[in-house]
Design a protein around this ligand. Sequence first.
Ligand code: SF4
Ligand code: ZN
Length: 265
Amino acid sequence: MNFEKYFMGKIRSVVDKYGVKGRIAVALSGGKDSMAAFHALTKFKFELIPFYIDLGIEEYSKACMEYAKKICDILGYKLQIIKLKDYGIDLSKARKKCSVCGTAKRYLMNKFAFEHDCDYVATGHNLSDALTFAFNNLASVNILNFRGMKPVLPGNKDLKMAGRFKPLFYLKDDECMEYVKMNEIPYCKEKCPYARDAPTIELKEWIHEMERKRNGIMLNFAKSFEKIEEMMTRQQKIRQCSICGYPSYGNICKFCKLRRKYGKI
Ligand code: SF4
Ligand code: ZN
């Protein structure tokens, strides 16, 4: 089987297994994975709405946005832009930058998708990222973070919750890179200046090393984590944040807690 067929087949397996269809907001970060996901999704019969969250990380955010615009120009779409600073959050002042950034991105992606009447928000998370995240959480006894460890999560209109769709969930880092190269997709090679990733880089290398020794082990891990996630979410109740009305596991969602901390609400 040629590589393109293999790559698209992995995405199709997610689409078919979960019956993904309709209008999809595509979160572009400017990096290789979200660009590859967007490019590949244009080959399906979806209605795609690409958007970019400007995190306000100086030159890095500007460079990433240029690439997000570039791919939209190439594929004939208009890019929509959300600015984190419009919500009163300045990452340069945050102590735990990645944690604040992660909470904000998750929240704003969902809000964007919901407000644009999308069935799903698609992101560029790939198999290598998903496993690194899962093992990192295992290593720090944060099992609750397994919630969402699957390629598709259904939405719920009553809870203002768009579905989540990770088309690259069964594709490894190097496979996404190969797709990007084959299709000459432009992407931003710069790294976020706040990345403090030494432990996760090692973890990712370890996972890839295991895969080299035992081909297919990464996919098996992902499927196991998917099953664990299903068992966990059966017992978890999502409700509406009492401030903004968007989904939350607690009375107030994490994003509103953040904004409250910054004195914005
Ligand atoms: Fe956000 Fe940068 Fe941290 Fe990634 S590395 S979560 S972009 S602050
Ligand atoms: Zn809220």
